[in-house]
Ligand binder design. Structure first.
Ligand code: PEP
Length: 250
């Protein structure tokens, strides 16, 4: 039986004062929820604040990106070991905003995946198609290519300690959610694709849905057989909404 997981992606939002209230309110809301797992991925400068407020709680924390490199003359980069120094356990890899706005290729994404796991971090590995790709009927091809960047290079066993997030690009931050059936179809495809490499790994793999998840659609999405929780952007910045989504995973 797979446990459900809900992860907040704050993107580049927040500030010391606002974070304090948001984290405290979310913590109060999820502290009694023991049937699922929860995490927030905050901007780098606030990792220390998250660590101070969340240590010992059932709300884990992590980052939204990391360097492919362990250390060196890479101005502006942040290494995996620096994230574990601040108690991170998870890191988002290959978010469509990284792929699209910062030109991260499948190759770079795979290197980041490896860097995360080498440091003991669990990658939340994002895949998903654009609207144009969906409309031209190549959703499965695109998602398969993104998955294979990791599967072909490292094999399926690396997914024992990773999470996959299916995030259709057209649904991120747009208010346009994939229907539960549309999302389920791609989740089932992902599980089947991984099963082609290793059926046991596929069976246990946690696959999150991300893309305009809100309190009003979370229950339906999370009740689909291959949807194991959510990666939540906008709604993770509103404590009541995020807590409601966390409750939907119970
Ligand atoms: C995201 O940033 O991963 C995301 C799913 O955003 P939103 O929930 O705002 O669509």
């Amino acid at each position: 039986m797979r446990r459900k997981l809900v992860v907040g992606n704050w993107k580049m939002y927040g500030g010391l004062v606002a974070n304090q209230a948001l984290l405290q309110d979310v913590l109060n809301g999820v502290s009694e929820l023991v049937k699922a797992d929860y995490a927030v991925c905050v901007p780098f400068p606030y990792l220390s604040q998250a660590q101070t407020l969340l240590a010992g709680s059932n709300l884990a924390w992590g980052a939204q990106n990391l360097s492919t490199q362990q250390e060196g003359a890479y101005t502006g980069e942040v290494a995996a070991g620096m994230l574990t120094d601040f108690g991170c356990t998870v890191v988002i890899i290959g978010h469509s905003e990284r792929r699209g706005l910062f030109h991260e290729s499948n190759e770079i994404t795979a290197e980041k995946f490896e860097a995360a796991q080498k440091a003991g971090l669990k990658p939340i590995f994002c895949v998903g198609e654009t609207l144009a790709e969906r409309e031209s009927g190549v959703t499965e091809q695109v998602v398969a290519g993104q998955l294979d960047a990791v599967l072909v290079r490292f094999g399926a066993t690396v997914l024992k300690n990773a999470v996959v997030a299916y995030e259709p690009v057209w649904a991120i931050g747009t208010g346009k959610t994939a229907s539960a059936d549309q999302a389920q179809a791609v989740h089932a495809f992902i599980r089947q694709r991984v099963a082609g490499y290793d059926a046991g790994v596929a069976q246990n793999l946690c696959i999150l849905y991300g893309g305009s998840v809100k309190p009003g659609n979370a229950v339906e999405l999370f009740s689909m057989p291959d949807i194991d929780g959510g990666l939540i952007g906008g709604a993770s910045l509103v404590a009541n909404d995020f807590v409601a989504i966390c409750k939907a995973a119970q």
